[in-house]
Design a protein around this ligand. Structure first.
Ligand code: F6R
Length: 625
């Protein structure tokens, strides 16, 4: 949610090789998935007019294009710059509210990701002191607060003023600040919202996320909560808010920039769906031994600790929550442990009953979603063992947890989760089987059969992906339908929820997911001739009941699209259209059954002429509560 970037190269004869403007613009393009309500940048240096040059644009998904047009008069050799791509929270998505924000003098510019909770209280005080505010944002207060501290104690320089300012602030932030009077320096800081930094070729840079600056280095430093960094050309120094020096944690990343390119696909979502078989295979890799056992060496919880668990909680949001729901069926069935699953933003504030024998599993692709990261922190504070499933190595949540199980899907840029969702289901199923292994709740023969079935999943996902044209043809038939009901039972229920979420978030069509058995308790009132019902009707122990529920909507005039196993003519008889998928062991079925629903949503969005990678009002990583 909001992306920030910054680079300093200096302007002297040893200035780094990087062009400040190019790095900012390329980085913003790679950060756009974090928000695209507006984009802006500010540069400082001897050649910038008055030492500061700032440009901002707010034109929805075209903001970055407009910003680039606006940079044609940019000064040739700035020494440092900061940039921002916005997902609006406080203040409308217009140019005046776009970052960077300036102080009263116009010498200071600041970008921010997060929310300043006490901004009204602080701005009232600053306005009384004579500061003039120009925007409706919570962020602008930071620019004036730093300005006031800098004016009071100029000898402390920019970093000192930022430290004092942040000491007064409540909320979440990652920020980057430049000042015309010190044009080689960028000061950065964070609390909760992510920030990584790097150094190369006489430059130093920072960003909200790795892909933004992956072209510059593979070695990063992670800024921790309440740390302040001073970036100078070729060096970074970090202190606490009290000014005590600290060594930032290093992070080496193997991904290359290709992973953040479209590779000939029309959009990232298409590319990332295409990568799903590999995401599943890579997530299984080295964890499934040929002798039929599972190893989770990287999960630093002992088997004794796993055996002491009496209850499991899964906390997550959105698609990650749906992956968690699927895991509930697997963990309860195989490991015989009670599982509660909670929307992360609800968990934290409802005084959950957890203790030292509770395993809380936080599921998050980004590892930065603030609702989930706060839920995980709450669980830890309550004494639970915390395991995080994350796709981003060393993400905030991974660092907070007692144990981490990484999905290995590679970077996901499309706003709608696809390959990471499949990888999450696989990671959770691995964990479920591992719990069963240490608790000895499955016989070796049963476990062996399941692990064999698991090993076959990448090929089956690939087979499901090959049906794209057929799925597109079905989407074409329902192109003008305004609303869709998605139904499923048992593990088909979370698949239905995910199918509905994918459709609504990228095609803006009304789509609701329900447990099929619940329909008759109210939602069936929505069904009328022409209503489109999409049912997950692959073979599970409740298949007959699912088919009975489908008959109920069909008899009321619904058009029925069913996800069915290849060759299952009996299921096809109940459908107007069928989305065919290969069969598997029923608790693994979500990994395959969700694939045609992703493709259906993608086709529908394309048929409606929508930008699937940049759906309205959304951002990839949600770092505000
Ligand atoms: C939907 C989607 C979101 C995310 C949710 C959690 O396609 O991507 O619903 O699943 O915002 O994000 P993470 O997994 O990063 O915590």
């Amino acid at each position: 949610m909001c992306g920030i970037i910054g680079i300093t190269t200096g302007s002297g004869p040893e200035a780094g090789d990087q062009s400040v403007l190019d790095v900012l613009v390329e980085g913003l393009a790679r950060l756009e998935y974090r928000g695209y309500d507006s984009a802006g940048l500010a540069m400082v240096g001897p050649l910038a007019a008055d030492g500061m040059w700032r440009v901002r644009a707010a034109n929805g998904t075209r903001s970055l294009d407009d910003l680039i047009k606006g940079t044609k008069d940019a000064p040739g050799h700035p020494s440092a710059g900061i940039g921002h791509t916005r997902w609006a929270t406080h203040g409308r998505p217009n140019e005046g509210n776009a970052h960077p924000h300036a102080d009263c003098t116009g010498n200071l510019a600041l970008v921010h990701n997060g929310i300043i909770e006490n901004h009204l209280e602080l701005s009232d005080r600053l306005i009384d002191d004579g500061h003039h505010f120009e925007s409706e944002t919570d962020t602008e207060v930071l620019a004036h607060l730093v300005e006031s501290h800098l004016a009071a104690r100029p000898d402390d320089r920019l970093a000192g003023a930022v430290r004092l300012a942040l000491g007064e602030v409540r909320g979440a932030f990652s920020i980057a600040v430049v000042h015309a009077s010190d044009p080689d320096v960028i000061v950065a800081a964070r609390r909760v919202s992510p920030l990584i930094m790097g150094v190369s070729d006489g430059a130093a840079f920072l960003a909200s996320d790795i892909p933004a600056i992956l072209g510059l280095t593979h070695d990063f430093f992670i800024l921790d909560d309440d740390q302040v960094a001073e970036l100078r050309p070729g060096s970074i120094s970090v202190t606490t808010l009290d000014g005590d020096p600290v060594e930032p944690d290093p992070l080496h990343v193997e991904w290359d920039l290709d992973a953040a390119r479209k590779d000939g696909f029309d959009d990232f979502m298409a590319k990332e769906m295409h990568e799903q078989p590999k995401a599943v295979a890579d997530t299984l890799l080295d964890r499934l031994l040929p002798d039929g056992t599972l190893v989770l060496d990287e999960v630093h919880l002992t088997n004794e600790e796993f055996r002491s668990i009496t209850k499991v909680f899964v906390v997550a949001c959105g698609s990650s929550y749906h992956a968690g729901l699927m895991a509930k069926y697997a963990i309860e069935h195989w490991a015989r442990l009670p599982v509660e699953i909670d929307i992360a933003s609800e968990f934290r504030y409802r005084n959950p009953v957890v203790d030292g024998n509770t395993l809380v599993i936080g599921v998050s692709q980004s590892g930065e979603t603030v609702d989930t990261s706060q839920a995980v922190r709450e669980a830890k504070a309550l004494g639970a063992k915390v395991l995080v499933i994350s796709n981003v190595v060393d993400s905030s949540m991974a660092r907070d947890a007692d144990a981490v199980l990484y999905t290995r899907a590679g970077p996901e840029i499309g706003v709608a989760a696809t390959k990471t969702h499949l990888a999450q289901i696989i990671a959770l199923e691995i964990l479920a089987l591992y719990l069963a292994q240490v608790r000895e709740t499955l016989s070796p023969a049963e476990a062996r059969g399941l692990l064999d079935a698991m090993g076959a999943l990448p090929d089956k996902v690939a087979e499901a992906m090959e049906r794209g044209d057929a799925v597109h043809a079905v989407a074409e038939r329902y192109r003008t339908s305004p609303s869709f009901l998605f139904l499923g039972r048992h593990v088909g229920y979370p698949v239905a929820l995910e199918g509905a979420l994918k459709l609504k978030e990228i095609s803006y069509l009304r789509a609701e997911g329900f447990p099929a058995g619940e329909l008759k308790h109210g939602p069936i009132a929505l069904v009328e001739p022409g209503t489109v019902v999409v049912g997950v009707a692959t073979r599970t122990p409740v298949w007959e009941k699912m088919i009975a529920n489908i008959a109920e909507v069909k008899s009321r005039g619904a058009s029925v699209v069913l996800v069915a196993n290849d060759g299952d003519v009996e299921t096809a008889r109940h459908a107007d259209d069928v989305l065919w998928v290969p069969a598997t062991e029923h608790l693994f079925a979500p990994v395959i059954d969700v694939v045609p629903l992703q493709m259906f949503a993608h086709s529908m969005a394309r048929l409606h002429g929508l930008d699937v990678d940049r759906p309205r009002n959304l951002a990839k990583t949600v770092t505000v509560e």
